[in-house]
Design a protein around this ligand. Structure first.
Ligand code: NDP
Length: 331
């Protein structure tokens, strides 16, 4: 894993992978900070490809709040060393395969989340680049019928929505309240709860302009948080899925014996927090729902942002007002 700028410093490589694959354009930061630390570098070393990895020509990438938090230095203790090429989400084409790769070949169109544990030693060379090296096990074939921009927005968010519902013990016939239903994760949590898990009832929160969107995603009940406090309403739920950071309020609306899964912020019992793990086979499992259109990617209509506008895209993401995914395409 190397993100050395070939123009300013020699590419340091691991002993196992010293083959020089060339030079690429990538967004890089060499100090933590706000979006202004990001620089477009035209001479970054293409990452080496380990035996269990493929090299992906990035066609589209997507931003996640974790990219911004990592860039701000919130995970310094467990981060990879600087300089960093950020980006977890990718959709692209396989252009090289490692010697142990069994299921993928050159030319395959793939998507995935490039680091298995986003906070524990994430890759130094991420997806906001022309090429990224990814373990085969973290990738799936791009769902038929979706374009690269749509596919790029899915991996981290849909894996989080799915893992959260799974860890909360969600199953057919249960009810769920999704806090933050219009965001990247929430828009998929609503759809998975309804279409994949067989929820009896899905409720979700958003601001006024996004209430119709929540219904179109499958929410039976759409709560406008600018008008009502969900924790003061009489309805209780078997699961509360908090994608906002309202763990203290979320626990007030869960049925006895139910679960409260919290993605960010404080948690109090029975709430619990987890960090998503990347996994290509879960994406493969979800592909039929994406291919049939039962579950639809939601690309924020302000984008997709071209590769030259990654700083603008981050600034937009960091308003906290994105509708679905902030996508970078074409790369
Ligand atoms: P987004 O940036 O996509 O979320 C933006 C959305 O949040 C907007 O549509 C906004 O709607 C909505 N929102 C903001 N405030 C509220 C509110 N008070 N009530 C209801 N909706 C609100 O973020 P993601 O969905 O990608 O991620 C959500 C959070 O989860 C982030 O903090 C992220 O870091 C974290 N996360 C954690 C993971 C983990 O593994 N633990 C994995 C993925 C994400 P509106 O404009 O209507 O307010």
């Amino acid at each position: 894993c190397v993100a050395a700028s070939a123009s300013s410093s020699p590419a340091t490589t691991t002993a196992a992978a010293t083959e020089v694959l060339g030079i690429m354009k990538a967004w890089v930061y060499d100090a933590y900070g706000d979006a202004s630390v990001l620089k477009l570098d035209e001479a970054v070393a293409v990452p080496p490809v380990a035996d269990d990895q493929v090299l992906v020509k990035v066609v589209a990438a997507a931003l996640n709040p974790v990219d911004a938090k990592r860039r701000a230095g919130k995970f310094q203790a467990t981060d990879s060393p600087l300089p960093t090429v950020p980006g977890y989400d990718v959709a692209g084409v396989v252009v090289k395969v490692g010697s142990q790769v069994k299921g993928l070949k050159e030319g395959d169109e793939v998507y995935g989340m490039i680091s298995e544990k986003p906070l524990e030693g994430p890759k130094q060379s991420g997806s906001l680049a022309e090429y990224t090296a990814v373990e085969e096990k973290l990738l799936a074939l791009k769902p038929k019928g979706l374009d690269f921009a749509q596919a790029a927005g899915l991996p981290l968010a849909i894996l989080t929505a799915n893992e959260g519902l799974e860890k909360a013990g969600f199953s057919a016939g249960k009810s769920v309240l999704v806090l933050g239903g219009a965001g990247g994760v929430g828009s998929l949590a609503i759809q998975l709860a309804k279409q994949v898990y067989g929820a009896s009832k899905v409720a979700a929160t958003a601001s006024t302009k996004k209430i119709e969107l929540l219904k179109s995603l499958g929410a039976d009940v759409a709560i406008d948080y600018t008008k009502e406090n969900f924790e003061e309403l009489p309805e209780k739920y078997d699961v509360v899925f908090d994608a906002v950071g309202q763990g203290d309020k979320a626990v007030k609306v869960v049925n006895e014996g139910g679960s409260v899964v919290v993605l960010t912020g404080a948690v109090s019992p029975p709430g619990f927090r987890f960090v998503v793990t990347s996994n290509g086979s879960t994406l493969e499992k979800l592909n039929p729902y994406l291919e049939s259109g039962k579950v639809k990617p939601l690309v924020d209509p302000t984008g997709p942002f071209p590769f030259s506008q990654v700083v603008e895209a981050f600034s937009y993401l960091e308003t906290g007002r994105a509708t679905g995914k902030v996508v970078i395409s074409p790369v």
